[in-house]
Design a protein around this ligand. Structure first.
Ligand SMILES: [Zn+2]
Length: 74
């Protein structure tokens, strides 16, 4: 195996390991009876938080989508 082939092999393995990044946004965030509610735009599930805004969550607890507006999110 040449060095070039080895490099290509390593690159392939890395790509296979990488999980696709799911991304979403919190929608319709509102306060109801001292509880914050918001909908995930990715899985459409409603999430609530008694300790601060749902929009402070970096991930959706239901589907794991990133909510931080990271550059990995297209
Ligand atoms: Zn979700």
């Amino acid at each position: 195996m040449t060095l070039d082939e080895a490099y290509r092999h390593i690159k392939k393995c890395k790509q296979a390991d990488a999980q696709p990044v799911k991304c979403g946004r919190w929608e319709n965030e509102h306060l109801e009876n001292d509880v914050w509610w918001a909908d995930c735009s990715n899985c459409k599930n409603e999430t609530h938080s008694r300790f601060g805004r749902v929009s402070s969550y970096a991930f959706c607890p239901n589907c794991g989508a990133r909510m931080d507006g990271d550059s990995e999110c297209q």
